[in-house]
Design a protein around this ligand. Structure first.
Ligand code: 5AD
Ligand code: SF4
Length: 438
């Protein structure tokens, strides 16, 4: 049997798709690169921004007609759009066999079996106290250097613009014992870097009596032999504690890189977003971090054109970019999400204004990003080899700060996962070039 899997959205979804693939591999399925060659098509959707339904319906418009040639084809939609729409998706798209919500991932195999037997559409979108599928541990493919490990799911923050708490459910932390066992299994299979994933990893364990907190979890992960680098995403600034900041100075394996979503630089906008911090409180945390790790590379998420955002509010966001000097930002135009508080705000910013601010924001950041890359020239960095470079003919790797470095090495001399000292020789627009240091 063949499975074709399409994934939209964030790293959490990429992690979930890895689990889905693992579940079906156990049943003898092989992944294929085209839906027309598959017996099972799974689309893992995301609804955080923009018009995810358009993308989904256009994909279904391509895949459902494949059933004419292959009547046994089963089509399933999961993830956040599935959670939000439930069986209404099947009313809109006759021929869609399965809708599975964000807590139902582990039920997918039995749903596929049931559909094959009875040929009736199925939909499951209940929320349980524990999201199903979190304990599915996908074995890495051989040669995998870096792996993602979901440590928690859901979110209780209810930022006014955000749909995540509605489609992923309440915050749930996996037992630390299971996380450690999974990472030990990954390390034994050759993985050298782990990325710990969750909507807000900083609050890991906080709501589970008897569970360790995130700082302690990091210490335990750092104790696992074979793991050389630890990263995590994503963090809420309000939950970035002094203890966690101190851990950056304590654990050598913890990479000096942090994604710390700011969203906006104006206190008025932050307040209306329900973020729970002011620009100055955010800056204070950044200063503390830099006192512990002077070279820490920060990245962030920015929303432009939030309802009521004035030109002065937007200028405050640019000012924060200038003050913090992020390595990179991920910036988005605000888009109202159904059911969220901000979707009902009256003072929407026009589409042109949002477009224009986004372009200004990105151009402003491009200069900062390039200046930071240029400052690296002449330094020697420890680079973890990830594989051949995209353009070919060279190797590619990442610095501890997560900057991409391409460098020439004769074929056969190195392989993925190796740590090399590389001297940075040139800054490109989004990456660095270097040569292996003697
Ligand atoms: N509009 C625009 N961007 C959004 N994000 C979340 N919700 C919205 C929305 N309604 C962005 C935030 C978040 C990232 C994952 O997506 O910046 O950090
Ligand atoms: Fe959404 Fe806010 Fe939770 Fe992040 S912290 S997932 S932005 S509600």
């Amino acid at each position: 049997m063949k499975i074709y899997l399409e994934t939209y959205g964030c790293q959490m979804n990429v992690g979930d798709s890895g689990k889905i693939l693992h579940l079906f591999r156990q049943q003898g399925y092989e992944p294929v690169a085209a839906a027309r060659d598959a017996d099972l098509v799974v689309i893992n959707t995301c609804s955080v921004r923009e018009k995810p339904e358009l993308k989904l319906f256009s994909a279904l418009g391509r895949y459902i007609p494949l059933k004419r040639r292959n009547p046994d084809l089963v089509i399933a939609v999961g993830g956040c759009v599935a959670q939000q729409w439930g069986e209404r998706l099947q009313e809109k798209s006759p021929g869609l066999d399965i809708v599975f919500g964000t807590h139902q991932l582990d039920r997918l195999p039995e749903m596929v079996t049931a559909v094959r037997r009875r040929r009736i559409p199925l939909s499951r979108t209940e929320f349980g106290p524990v999201p199903g599928g979190l304990e599915v541990m996908a074995r890495p493919e051989s040669g995998t250097v870096s792996a993602m490990v979901t440590i928690m799911q859901g979110c209780d923050n209810f930022c006014s613009y955000c749909i995540v708490p509605y489609v992923r459910g309440r915050e749930y932390s996996r037992p630390s014992r299971a996380i450690i066992e999974e990472i030990e299994m990954l390390a034994a299979a050759g993985v050298r870097e782990v990325m710990l994933l969750g909507q807000n990893v900083n609050s890991y364990g906080c709501k589970t009596p008897g569970e360790i907190g995130f700082a302690e979890l990091l210490r335990q992960v750092a104790g696992i032999d074979g793991i050389a680098r630890i990263r995590f995403t994503t963090s809420h600034p309000k939950d970035l504690t002094d203890e966690l900041i101190a851990v950056f100075g304590e654990l050598e394996k913890l990479c000096p890189a942090l994604h710390l979503p700011l969203q906006a630089g104006s206190d008025r906008v932050l307040e209306r977003m329900g973020r729970g911090y002011s620009a100055s409180a955010y800056l204070e945390k950044v200063e503390k971090l830099r006192r512990v790790v002077p070279d820490i590379a920060l990245t962030t998420d920015i929303i432009v054109g939030f309802p009521g955002e004035s030109e002065a509010d937007f200028a405050a966001t640019l000012k924060m970019l200038e003050q913090v000097r992020y390595d990179q930002i991920f910036s988005f135009k605000y888009s109202p999400r159904p059911g969220t508080r901000a979707a009902a705000f009256a003072d929407m910013v026009s589409e042109e204004e949002k477009k224009e601010r986004l372009a200004r924001c990105q151009a402003f950041q491009d200069e900062i990003s390039f200046a930071i890359l240029a400052e690296q020239v002449g330094r020697v960095s420890e680079v973890m080899v990830t594989g051949p470079s995209k353009r070919g003919g060279e190797w590619s790797g990442r610095t501890p700060e997560n900057r991409i470095v391409n460098f020439p090495v004769a074929a056969g001399e190195i392989g993925p996962g190796e740590l090399l000292r590389v001297k940075i020789t040139e800054a490109m627009k989004h990456s660095l070039r270097g040569e292996v240091a003697p």
